[in-house]
Structure formats: C-alpha cells, structure tokens
Ligand binder design. Structure first.
Ligand SMILES: Cc1ncc(C[n+]2csc(CCOP(=O)(O)OP(=O)(O)O)c2C)c(N)n1
Ligand code: SF4
Ligand SMILES: [Mg+2]
Length: 330
C-alpha cells in the first residue's frame, strides 16, 4: 500500500469517533430527568456528524440543564446565570470555525438572560441553541419561571402565579432576523434527535425549545401530552423533518408545514392545547453576524499583537524628543 493511501486510512481512522469519545462523567441529574434524553441525542449527533471534540464547544449558564458541558468530552464553558448566549457569541466571533452549542434553562434564557436572547436572535450567529424548558427553576428547588403556567404554586408563588406564561416560540418568531425555530420534546427520542440535527445543520441562530420533564418538582406537568399522542401536532415537510412509519402510526395528528411560512409558524406557535413538534420556521438567507463582521480576523498571534499595539498606540503620549526640547526659543 502506498504511503499516501496509508496516511489517508489513518486519517479516516483518526477522524471517526464513537459515542464514548463524547461522554464525560456520570450525569448528576435526577432519574427520569429530561436532560438525560437531550444529552443522549446530542452525543449521538456528535458521533454521527463526526464532530472533532477539539473543535466543539458547549456553553451554558447556571441551572440543572446548564450542567450539560460537564458531560461532554469536548470544550465547554459552564458560565454565569443568564449569560450563556453572549459567551457563546464571543467564542463564535473569535473562532468561527468551531461548532458552538448552547444549553440554557427557561430561567437562564427567558428570565435573567432575556435581553441577551432577543439580541442573539437578531445577530443570527451560527449557534445551535437548546432551551431546556421544564417551566420551573429546577436547581434552586422550585421557583416559578417566566414559562411556568398560570396558577402554578411554587416557593416564590405560594398562591399560584398570576400571569400567563411567556411563550418562547412566539417571542423568538417575533424578532427581526429570526432564522430557525423548532420545538422538540424529551419523550420522543427519534424526533428530538432529528430536530437537534436539523438545527445543527442550519447555518444561523438555531433555536430549539425542548419540553423537558422535571420529575422532581413538576412530575405531572407534561403528562397529558405524554399520555395522549393525539395532543401532539407533528410538523412534517421535505424542508423540515420526516417521521418514520412506526412513529407515524402512534402520532397520527400531523401537519405538512412549509417552514418558510412565517405567518403559519406564528399561528402554530400560538396553539394552546396541541403541542407542535418539528421545525416551525427556517430561513437560510439571513446573514450571520460573524460573517458581516469578518469574525476570526484576529486569530493569529501576530495579528492579535499588531491589533493590540495599534489600540494601545491610540492612547500613547509620545515624549518630546531631547533635541526638540534643547532648542532655545526665539
Ligand atoms: C446572578 C444569579 N442569580 C440567581 C442565581 C440563582 N440561580 C441559579 S440557577 C437559577 C434558576 C435555574 O433555572 P433554569 O434556568 O430554568 O434551569 P433548570 O435548573 O430548571 O435547568 C437561579 C435563579 C444565580 N446563580 N446567579
Ligand atoms: S431537579 Fe428537575 S431539572 Fe433538576 S435534575 Fe432533577 S429532574 Fe432534572
Ligand atoms: Mg428550568
């Protein structure tokens, strides 16, 4: 065998990864927590896409769901509550070549991090964002979040919440430059995987809201939809996702939805009793901010040094030359 062929085979071997190559530690989530299903789907996706671990970053804020980066054998940043998105944007700006994923909770994204969320949609950077929506603050032991249903009793709302829940899908669909919005549920692994995979393949800010069960604090929250498949509305389309025939026999309530139809996407996002699952909206033509700004231009150490020196020079007060000072005045 020629040297070139051997090298080629070695490279192929090197660049093929197994599930174990992405698995790190033993997740500390409760038994039955939907975060486990999301982790399994993401590890499969990394394996199937052969993502190089050293070229992949998971960024999170604070919360149960935000422990996600600890369980991925890639780069990771378990950040500050509400700040996952700006950190991820900074990483993408400096290193547009990396695969950047964000895992954020409903408190993390829709409460303390809400301003970052809105602007991140508008900036449309190429990130894959998973909103783990258990409709509660899980880590801090059951406080109401903006997505909690009206009337929910919690530690901070002992008489029940007074307001209707904020709807992450309709909010995201209302922001300028929105380019990808989908919804998944942790209890249909096949679609969870397909939807996260489509989000990853989309170039732009891919926002996936995942209905995530928290058996510890809200064990019955999603029960009506888990128990009755007819309450789910599966969105299928050649430009969206397709479902297997075996799944189609169980989830018969389907709609062929063209994800380029923004108005229909908004109507679907506003449905009250049915839970839509699939891709609501997709627009591949929105430019990514990192490309508009030529991100990554300061990556080489030589260029970084030159850039820093140019910045510092702006503030330098040059000392007068000795000979100029020595000149007697007339
Ligand atoms: C600045 C700041 N404020 C508040 C907290 C306390 N805190 C930690 S996690 C959390 C909410 C987590 O809820 P969510 O984002 O929904 O994640 P989950 O635990 O449900 O996955 C809060 C309020 C904090 N760590 N930092
Ligand atoms: S408290 Fe809820 S969200 Fe947190 S790990 Fe347990 S089940 Fe999951
Ligand atoms: Mg939560």
């Amino acid at each position: 065998m020629s040297v070139a062929a051997t090298e080629c085979l070695l490279r192929m071997y090197d660049e093929h990864y197994e599930l174990e190559d992405y698995q790190s530690g033993v997740p500390r989530w409760c038994t039955g927590c939907g975060d486990n299903a999301i982790l399994a789907a993401v590890q499969r996706l990394c394996r199937d896409e052969d993502l190089r671990p050293e070229k992949t970053v998971f960024v999170s804020g604070i919360g149960c769901s935000s422990r996600f980066p600890h369980y991925m054998k890639t780069y990771g940043f378990h950040g500050i509550h509400g700040r996952a998105l700006p950190v991820a944007e900074g990483i993408k700006m400096a290193r547009p070549d990396l695969n950047v994923f964000v895992n954020t909770g409903d408190g993390d994204c829709c409460s303390i991090g809400a301003a970052h969320w809105i602007h991140a949609v508008r900036y449309n950077m190429n990130l894959t964002v998973m909103l783990h929506d258990n409709q509660i603050y899980g880590l801090t032991k059951m406080q109401a979040s903006p997505t909690s249903p009206r009337g929910l009793k919690s530690n901070t709302t002992p008489r029940g919440t007074y307001l209707d829940a904020l709807q992450p899908l309709t909010v995201t669909l209302g922001v300028q430059n929105v380019s990808f919005v989908a919804q998944a549920v942790d209890w249909i692994p096949e679609l969870l995987y397909e939807i996260i995979a489509a989000a990853f393949r989309h170039k732009g800010f891919s926002f996936v809201r995942i209905l995530q069960r928290c058996p510890e604090w809200l064990p019955h929250l999603y029960e009506p939809w888990v128990k009755d498949p007819q309450k789910m509305l599966i969105l299928t389309h050649e430009r969206g996702i397709r479902i297997s025939s075996s799944l189609a026999k169980v989830y018969k309530n389907q709609e062929s939805h063209d994800p380029s139809n923004l108005n229909r996407a908004r109507e679907i996002a506003s449905l009250v009793h049915e839970v839509p699952v699939g891709i609501l909206y997709l627009n591949p033509d929105i430019p990514c901010y990192e490309e508009l700004r030529n991100a990554g231009q300061l990556r080489s150490s030589r260029l970084i040094k030159r850039g820093l020196e140019a910045e510092f020079d702006k503030f330098t007060v040059w000392p007068q030359r000795t000979e100029e000072r020595a000149q007697p005045r007339d």
